[in-house]
Design a protein around this ligand. Structure first.
Ligand code: PXL
Length: 277
C-alpha cells in the first residue's frame, strides 16, 4: 500500500517555514502528505514584527476524532513548531490514536536556535517538548534545542565531540530511539549531521560544506526532506545525506537580500536527484 505522512505544525502564511515548506517537500518526495495546522500566523516570528496568530488548538480534538471514526491512520507522523504545552499533549494523544502499524514518529522540536528560545516559549515548554521527544522514534534537534530540553549548558562555538555525545546521550535518555543533531561544527568549513541510536557505540556523521551565511527555515527544510527520505525507505544516514545536500542547495539558491527564508523551491531538482541515488 502507498504510504502517507501526517505533519503537524503551524501555517506561517508568508515566510518559507513550517507547513509551506513541509507540504511541498514531502509531496515532491512522492508521498501523500496530510496536514494538521496547529496555528495560522501571518508570518513566522523570526525577524518580522506585528504578526497575527490564530491558535487552532481547540480544533484539534474534533479533527482527530473524525479521522479515527474514518479509520484514517498514518505511516509516519512528523511534528514541527507547536504553539503551546496543550498542543504537545494533543500530539502525544495523536501518536497513540492515528499511528498505522510500524508508524515512524519524527519530532523536530522547532523552538530555539543560536542559544535562544523563539518568541513566546519558556523553559516549561522546552521540558514538555522534551517529553514529546521521549515518545518519538527519531528526534531532530539543533544544538540549542538539545541543550534546552536536557538542561545542559549551551555552547555555541568551540565545543568538541564529547559535548555533542553528552547532548545526544541525554536526548536518548528522554526516551527517543534515534537522535539526529544538525549544525555540528568542529572545523570552520565543514558542517556535520550527527546520528546516534540507542545501543550505538559511536556517533555516525554526514558532513557537507559550511556556507558563510545562515538562512531562516533551514531546520524545517531539513526535517521535511529527512522525513520524506525515511518514508521512501532510506536509512537515517542516507536520509541525512538527502536532507543535508538539499538544504545546502536551497541556501546556495537563495538570492542575496532574501532575508526571511530559504528559496528551497529552486533546489527541488537536487532533492529528486538525491532521492534517486
Ligand atoms: O522555522 C520554525 C518556525 C516555525 N513556525 C513559526 C516560527 C518558526 C521560527 O521562527 O516562528 C511560527
Amino acid at each position: 500500500m502507498d504510504k502517507k505522512i501526517l505533519t503537524v505544525q503551524d501555517i506561517s502564511c508568508v515566510g518559507q517555514c513550517s507547513l509551506t515548506v513541509a507540504l511541498p517537500i514531502i509531496s515532491a518526495c512522492g508521498i501523500e502528505t496530510a496536514i494538521l495546522p496547529s496555528a495560522v500566523l501571518s508570518t513566522h516570528t523570526g525577524g518580522f514584527t506585528g504578526w497575527t496568530f490564530r491558535d487552532l488548538t481547540d480544533d484539534i480534538p474534533g479533527i482527530v476524532d473524525h479521522w479515527e471514526k474514518e479509520n484514517i491512520s498514518f505511516d509516519a507522523i512528523y511534528t514541527g513548531y507547536l504553539g503551546s504545552v496543550r498542543q504537545i499533549d494533543l500530539v502525544k494523544n495523536m501518536f497513540a490514536r492515528l499511528s498505522a502499524p510500524g508508524c515512524l514518529k519524527i519530532v523536530d522540536p522547532a523552538m530555539a536556535d543560536n542559544g535562544k528560545l523563539y518568541y513566546g516559549f519558556d523553559q516549561v515548554f522546552a521540558h514538555t517538548m522534551g517529553s514529546l521527544c521521549g515518545v518519538a522514534d527519531i528526534v531532530l534537534p539543533n544544538i540549542t534545542e538539545a541543550a534546552m530540553m536536557t538542561d545542559s549548558p549551551y555552547i555555541g562555538e568551540g565545543y568538541d565531540e564529547h559535548y555533542i555525545r553528552m547532548l545526544m546521550d541525554k536526548v536518548l535518555a528522554l526516551g527517543a530511539k534515534t537522535v539526529v543533531i544538525t549544525g555540528v561544527c568542529y572545523e570552520p568549513h565543514k558542517l556535520g549531521i550527527a546520528i546516534l541510536s540507542r545501543g550505538d557505540k559511536e556517533i555516525t556523521y554526514y558532513y557537507h560544506e559550511r556556507l558563510p551565511k545562515s538562512c531562516h527555515g533551514t531546520g524545517d527544510i531539513f526535517a521535511s526532506a529527512f522525513t520524506g527520505a525515511m518514508v521512501r525507505g532510506k536509512t537515517p544516514l542516507e536520509a541525512a545525506r538527502v536532507a543535508g545536500n538539499f538544504t545546502l542547495a536551497g541556501m546556495k539558491a537563495t538570492s542575496e537580500g532574501h532575508w526571511y527564508g530559504t528559496q528551497f523551491e529552486k533546489a527541488i531538482p537536487v532533492l529528486l536527484e538525491e532521492l534517486s541515488k
